[in-house]
Write a protein that binds this ligand. Structure first.
Ligand code: RP5
Length: 191
């Protein structure tokens, strides 16, 4: 994506329609991050949270990044999820501009040595400018964390997250039973 003049680069034509004002902005440094970052979109959709998703590159489109971060709160966004790999400056720079909470997703990308470069670029922020950094490639957790932040002011959403957590618990219990039934002894669950 080429950097366009500042007057037009934030009004790119797209075919997507926006039925609801997005509450979460998912941004990523490149479309090559999408296979990882789409997990955030999927879990937000599961919780019925309106979101938007686009490419914003700290290095290739710095003006677009500033415009996006400056306008995010005014447009109604409440949380930003930012994913990037390698010299992953996008989450930290967006957090430096907006008062909104920023969740960073380190991505093991084509320009990443081993993933640690992405993790540390997002994690090691200076005092005063936090980025809530999830695990490497953990875009799903970023979406869940965004949902939990939003649930503070949305009781119904909180109930949907509680039901999701209950489902996770039940899945583990099913695995416990399956292990017992396949011949592995377990004194803990027998007492
Ligand atoms: C980062 O560089 C992006 O977030 C991506 O993870 C990585 C590689 O980008 P491409 O060269 O695939 O566009 O800024």
């Amino acid at each position: 994506m080429n950097e366009q003049p500042q007057t037009t680069n934030h009004k790119l034509q797209t075919t997507n329609h926006k039925p609801q004002t997005p509450l979460v902005g998912i941004i990523m440094g490149s479309d090559s991050d999408l296979p990882i970052m789409k997990a955030a979109a999927e879990i937000l959709g599961f919780f019925n949270i309106p979101f938007e998703l686009t490419v914003v590159s700290a290095h290739r489109t710095p003006q677009r990044m500033v415009l996006y971060a400056e306008g995010a709160r005014l447009r109604g966004l409440q949380v930003i999820i930012a994913g990037a790999g390698g010299a992953a400056h996008l989450p930290g720079m967006v957090a430096a501009i907006t008062p909104l909470p920023v969740i960073g997703v380190p991505i093991k990308s084509s320009n990443s040595i081993d993933g640690w470069d992405s993790v540390l670029s997002i994690l090691q922020m200076p005092n005063g400018v936090p980025v809530a950094t999830v695990a490497l490639n953990a875009a799903k957790n970023a979406g869940i964390l965004a949902a939990k932040i939003l649930s503070v002011g949305d009781k119904d959403l909180g109930n949907r997250i509680a039901a999701y957590m209950e489902q996770l618990k039940n899945e583990v219990h099913e695995k416990v039973v399956a292990l017992q039934n396949s011949g592995y002894p377990n004194a803990f669950d027998s007492v």
